[in-house]
Design a protein around this ligand. Structure first.
Ligand code: FAD
Ligand code: NAI
Length: 477
């Protein structure tokens, strides 16, 4: 007889594993099915984020930044480094260990919360039409059929391929191959100057590759506040990250000497980029092909994403979907918030996700982070706003750190002073943005932040000063 569960979660990434834990905390009998494998074929819980996304990329960003600091910036602090060398194999092994610690951590959390884990692919068999809910087949290391009153789909996303240039992970790399290139390529090409393009381009540039990024759009980081994107671009140019905008990519050929990419620039001139490796980072596609959605008539949109309402309900009763497999930003913390909210809704509670206060971070150097609306969005909507900026150049802690690039920028409603957006480019922007998220969640005004005591010397004083700048009364600039 098939095992019966209250909730079956398909996918063990940030959306799925967090939903499973929260549902278990709420007293449900929960199963989670995930098919990801580690190098030995064992389970690798944590999804894209843990295995080939957030965690390994941040590990390599940290290691490569140390390397760059040791080679280029320690001398400014009076520290001489002689005979600096790179042990890439060790750096990659450290990254793999960080990943494994996270995989193991989630297995531990499942045991602690009594979530039953199935290692394999989960797909719909049928709706039972009774209290038992849905029958889900598990195929892979585990082979069985289980029943769930509720099903949460959290199957995530995969890298989008360029037509005619499939990933071989040897020459043409997705995010997976990009995180395990065995030796630093002399010439590295990237297609797409989005988040992955900039983060992975930064890693390999710091380690010594000559990096060229080809971007289709004419504007750099179009979703980012223009002033912030301009400041970031200046820094990337200075670092030697070559970014070509308004590009049309043509034929891509691989051979013994690497990869040749035919491309046309914004003026229509034809070029060929010859590189040793090519990373294609042009967005991601939802993972729905393994679900057998047709078996139960689950509705997908034209991109193949599971169709959901704002509460993550799908077209089927008691079937929910969260994270990258549904609409909205493809971010781990967005997936987690949706996972928690769905588990709480199943329990009859009022789970809530505020889509207006989801922060974005690009972990380059300088880091770029923002929450809320950009100046161009406010202009387009005809919203009357006041802007205040404060440069890290005038912040004592930034000077002591030796990293004064960038600024904090506040956008507040012209009449109520409510914060509408906060944009940061500079050191530790990823951490600084949290204060803005909290403030916006509580619908604070710029004046509220300006009147809060911030530790001195700290980078967060730049946040306070930017809030003061909204009212044209900065104290240190
Ligand atoms: P996923 O993490 O993709 O997990 C889905 C899981 O379901 C996978 O394990 C998959 O194998 C499994 N699965 C799929 N189909 C089935 C099936 N039928 N049966 C069983 N299992 C199945 N986001 C951030 O917020 N911060 C970052 O710094 C960040 N960095 C990133 C860096 C890179 C290089 C990439 C590629 C992404 C990054 N992201 C980052 C995005 C983040 O990884 C995703 O938004 C997040 O992982 C989505 O979580 P999820 O649970 O929806 O899906
Ligand atoms: P992206 O959407 O960030 O960027 C893709 C870029 O490729 C865009 O600028 C787009 O204009 C360009 N592009 C699309 N087709 C093209 C073509 N044919 N030729 C040239 N350029 C083309 O997608 P990316 O970088 O692949 O990352 C996917 C998602 O993963 C991100 O959107 C984000 O949600 C998530 N992610 C988040 C990170 C973070 O939070 N720090 C880090 C990495 C990824």
């Amino acid at each position: 007889m098939s095992k019966q569960f209250d909730v079956i979660v398909i996918g063990g990434g940030p959306g799925g594993y967090i939903a499973a834990i929260r549902a278990a905390q709420l007293g449900f009998n929960v199963a989670c099915i995930d098919e990801s494998k580690n190098a030995k074929g064992g389970p690798a819980l944590g999804g894209t984020c843990t295995n080939v996304g957030c965690i390994p990329s941040k590990a390599l960003l940290q290691s490569s930044e140390h390397y760059e600091h040791a080679g280029k910036h320690f001398a400014d602090h009076g520290i001489e480094v002689k005979g600096l060398s790179l042990d890439l194999a060790k750096m990659l092994a450290r990254k793999d260990l960080v990943v494994k610690q996270n995989n193991d951590g989630i297995q531990f959390l499942f045991k602690k919360n009594k979530v039953t884990f199935f290692h394999g692919r989960g797909s719909f068999v049928k709706a039972t039409g009774s209290e038992q809910g849905y029958e889900i087949a598990v195929t892979g290391a585990a082979q069985e059929s289980i029943l769930g009153k509720h099903v949460i789909i959290a199957t995530g996303s995969s890298a989008r391929q360029l037509p005619g240039a499939p990933f071989d992970e040897e020459n043409i790399l997705s995010n997976d191959g990009a995180l395990r290139i065995p030796s630093v390529p002399k010439r590295l090409g990237l297609i797409g100057s989005g988040v992955i393009g900039l983060e992975m381009g930064s890693v390999w540039r710091r380690l010594g590759a000559e990096v060229t990024v080809l971007e289709a759009l004419p504007t750099f980081l179009g979703a980012v506040d223009e002033q912030i994107a301009k400041e970031a671009r200046k820094a990337f140019d200075k670092q030697g990250l070559k970014i070509e905008l308004g590009v049309q990519v043509g034929e891509i050929k691989t051979g013994k000497k690497g990869v040749a990419v035919a491309w046309t620039d914004a003026k229509g001139q034809a070029h060929t980029l010859e590189v040793d490796k090519l990373i294609v980072s042009i967005g991601r596609v939802p993972n729905t092909s393994g679900l057998d959605a047709q078996a139960v008539g689950l509705m997908l949109d034209e991109r193949g994403a599971v169709m959901v309402d704002e509460q993550c309900r799908t077209s089927l009763p008691n079937v929910w979907a969260v994270g990258d497999v549904v609409r909205g930003p493809m971010l781990a913390h967005k997936a987690e918030e949706e996972g928690v909210a769905v588990a709480e809704r199943i329990a009859g509670q009022h789970g809530h996700v505020n889509f207006n206060t989801i922060p974005w971070v690009i972990y380059t150097s300088p880091e770029i982070a923002w929450v809320g609306q950009t100046e161009q969005q406010l202009k387009a909507a005809g919203t009357k706003y006041k802007a205040g900026t404060f440069p890290f150049m005038a912040n004592g802690r930034a000077r002591a750190l030796g990293d004064t690039t960038g600024m904090v920028k506040f956008l507040a409603d012209a009449s109520t002073d409510e914060i509408l957006g906060v944009h940061i480019v500079g050191p530790m922007a990823s951490e600084l943005i949290s204060e803005a998220v909290v403030a916006m969640e509580f619908r604070a005004s710029a004046e509220d932040i300006a009147r809060i005591c911030h530790a001195h010397p700290s980078l967060s004083e730049a946040t306070k000063e930017a809030a003061l700048a909204v009212d044209k009364r900065t104290l240190n600039f």
